[in-house]
Design a protein around this ligand. Structure first.
Ligand code: SF4
Length: 683
């Protein structure tokens, strides 16, 4: 027991499991077996004692009256959400009885569907993947969030080893590019504020005047999906005006002359026409970027959710090399730090259990189409750590697929989400307070351990145990299916890794000491070891080897814009994390109701007043939202903060009613959520 605690109380060290770069170290105060408070660890440098408003209410979510506490079997129609309670043995036997004939015929008829509902390496893809590998089920291409940006970044710089957040406050220029850090990376924002207090200039590049953008010195409100052109425009000015670090470029980059020729075609006037911003703003931003050091670009995944998202990230990743920003510890580009960690994927997921089989791959982004037309047809879906009926694009089509009567669906969940409502069997999963895990961050340099703080609620079980039991029922006898969660955590990392020590301390820093300028002398993880302005790998993929601009599919300058003139984006609402937390009453109360932010000029043209109900529509669908007439939305762009549970909206729909489930990004096969033209009318 820690000093100062009441008898029967203790503090347990944990890790936030959510899809957020900050991966906070948690301290869970437990009194008489009940978690009463979740706080941020004060001595974990990135967390610094602070949690976001969402996870600060984690006990409200854990002890939510709607928490699933028992296995359930469907008794109503799919989507209706009517179930009866069954026992674990019955649930596992029924699932195995449905899967066995499918596996005996063609196991590819079985598809796992999962993402980052937990970022934990143990409860994420360890025992689950072992199960599906042994089964020979279809493989899932996990593209829903980050794959376009990751692929673009990889072509230019290699692995994602972003700037260490612990030195971000030393930067003198911070550019938030497609990043609303106040909502989605609050600890980085705290460092940026410290930098601002020390005199740094903050810039936001975002179609929306987000909470972050309004607190920056400069806001470039470009049109969605045009970021790649803006990056080329900046290169144009930097090169034209001699604002580049010739020594760094000469030593540590590949293909400068070809890049300069390409960038010459993107003068500020042309780029201004593409991006919908004044050419003078491009000129002045380039001058800032070319004259201030250390300069840090905090690029986030928001800007890669359009056709050219991969290329745009590739282009942005070129900028720090041009100006020599990589010379500084606080300089460079920061998409993610996930490349910093040597996770032992093979030990966790055991691909050897495929035993030479090469199952087909199903892209999670196009699940709506796959449920209609995959060959062989998808006959069983097992969903964990994800809520595709709410978060996948072209939502109506996804819901139709999940409603197929001939589809057998199992959902592991904490709540009856939009997806769980479509399940044949729902299995209650534990939350982070109830199981063991270790979390790899993508926003700092520390692995963070999670110790169970309380006993599982009701009959809920960790994902690992659920897949252990399923493996037993399927007759899988390999020893790895008996591995404990501790054994999995101990095997999670290659090299020097002592999980037992990490779980005692709570975290462990990986990589060089804070303050190291990792790329000051080059050493990039690309084939040439340099920043690749010209990429032979891109060429081998049949792509342009040089940075270029890839326009949105649904360009505001295209013929489609005559019918649908407004570009809609649907970034995260501050009190939700993707679709997690939407059912937490206090958080939903702050968000109010699903709304559409629309510029006063666009609203006036359509006779839309503040607070009016509007219909937002395109060829894929329509939904009803409450208009908020505001200059936060730039002219020509409307913003539907997301991701609402469909069943918690007035018309049972969310913004994904309008997004495309087929149009994929140029790299990474990812969704194009923010490449979406719509029209709006008053109701
Ligand atoms: S969601 Fe992000 S900021 Fe909030 S507690 Fe988790 S890691 Fe920290």
């Amino acid at each position: 027991m820690s000093a100062g605690l009441a008898p029967g109380a203790r503090v347990v060290k944990g890790a936030c499991p959510h899809d957020c770069p900050d991966t906070c170290a948690l301290e869970v105060l437990v009194e008489d077996g009940v978690a009463v408070k979740v706080s941020g660890a004060a001595d974990h440098p990135p967390t610094a004692g602070v949690l976001c408003t969402k996870v600060a209410r984690y006990t409200e979510r854990t002890y939510h009256p709607d928490r699933l506490l028992h296995p359930l079997r469907r008794v109503g129609r799919k989507g209706e959400g009517r179930f009866e309670r069954i026992g674990w043995d019955q649930a596992i036997e029924e699932i195995a009885a449905r899967l066995k004939p499918l596996a005996a015929g063609n196991p590819e008829q079985i598809v796992p569907y999962s993402y980052a509902g937990t970022m934990g390496l143990v409860q994420g893809e360890s025992m689950a993947q072992r199960f599906f590998h042994k089964l020979g089920a279809s493989l899932l291409e996990r593209t829903i969030c980050a794959s376009a940006g990751s692929a673009g970044h990889a072509l230019t710089l290699g692995s994602r080893i972003g700037v260490d957040v612990e030195v971000a406050d030393q930067a003198k220029l911070i550019v938030f590019w497609g990043s609303n850090a106040i909502t989605s990376s609050v600890h980085f924002w705290a460092r940026a504020q410290a930098a601002k207090r020390a005199g740094a200039t903050l810039v936001a590049i975002d179609p929306y005047r987000s909470l972050t953008a309004e607190k920056c010195h400069v806001h470039v409100a470009l049109l969605p999906g045009t970021d790649g052109a803006l990056a080329l425009g900046l290169m144009h000015v930097l090169i034209r005006d001699g604002l580049i670090d010739r020594d760094y470029v000469g030593r540590h980059t590949l293909g400068f002359e070809a890049l300069a020729e390409r960038a010459a075609a993107y003068d500020p006037v042309r780029v201004a026409g593409i991006c919908g911003v004044p050419p003078e703003q491009i000129e002045s931003l380039a001058r800032l970027y070319g004259t201030i050091r250390p300069s840090l670009i905090r690029v986030n995944y928001g800007m890669q959710r359009a056709h050219g998202g991969g290329m745009a990230t590739r282009n942005i990743a070129c900028l720090p090399a041009l100006v020599g920003a990589f010379r500084d510890a606080a300089g460079g580009v920061f998409l993610s730090t996930s490349g910093n960690f040597a996770v032992d994927e093979a030990a966790l997921t055991r691909p050897d259990l495929l035993a030479g089989r090469r199952p087909r791959t199903v892209n999670m982004t196009t699940i709506g189409a796959a449920l209609e037309a995959a060959d062989p047809p998808i006959r069983a879906l097992i969903v964990y750590n994800s809520n595709p009926v709410a978060v996948a694009p072209d939502s109506a089509r996804v819901a139709r697929g999940f409603a197929r009567e001939d589809l057998f669906t199992v959902v592991l969940e904490h709540f009856l989400t939009d997806t769980a409502d479509h399940a044949d069997i729902v299995l209650p999963a534990t939350t982070q307070l109830e199981h063991l895990d270790v979390v790899k961050p993508y926003g700092h340099y520390y692995m963070v351990a999670n110790n169970p703080a309380i006993r599982p609620l009701g009959e809920s079980l960790p994902n690992t145990e659920i897949f252990r039991r399923l493996a037993g029922a399927m007759g899988f006898s390999e020893a790895c299916f008996a591995d404990s969660d501790e054994a999995i955590a101990r095997a999670a990392m290659r090299g020097d890794w002592d999980f037992d020590a990490v779980r005692r301390v709570g975290w462990r820093r990986v990589g060089p000491p804070a303050g190291t300028a990792r790329f000051a002398q080059g050493g990039f993880d690309t084939p040439s070891g340099k920043v690749e302005f010209v990429s032979a790998r891109a060429q081998a993929l049949g792509l342009d080897p040089l940075p270029d601009y890839v326009a949105p599919y649904e360009d505001t300058r295209s013929p489609l814009a005559a019918r649908y003139p407004l570009a809609m984006i649907s970034p995260p609402a501050r009190h939700f994390l993707n679709s997690t937390f939407v059912n937490v009453r206090s958080l939903r109360a702050v968000e109010g109701e699903p709304r559409l932010d629309i510029h006063p000029a666009d609203a006036a043209r359509r006779g839309i007043g503040e607070g009016a109900w509007v219909r937002v529509f395109n060829d894929r669908g329509s939904l009803r939202l409450r208009a908020r007439v505001t200059e936060r939305a730039r002219p020509g762009v409307v913003v539907a903060l997301s991701v609402w549970w469909k069943k918690l909206t007035p018309d049972g729909r969310n913004a994904n009613e309008l997004t495309s489930g087929e149009a994929l990004t140029d790299l990474g096969h990812a969704p194009t959520f923010y490449d979406c033209l719509v029209e709006v009318e008053a109701l």
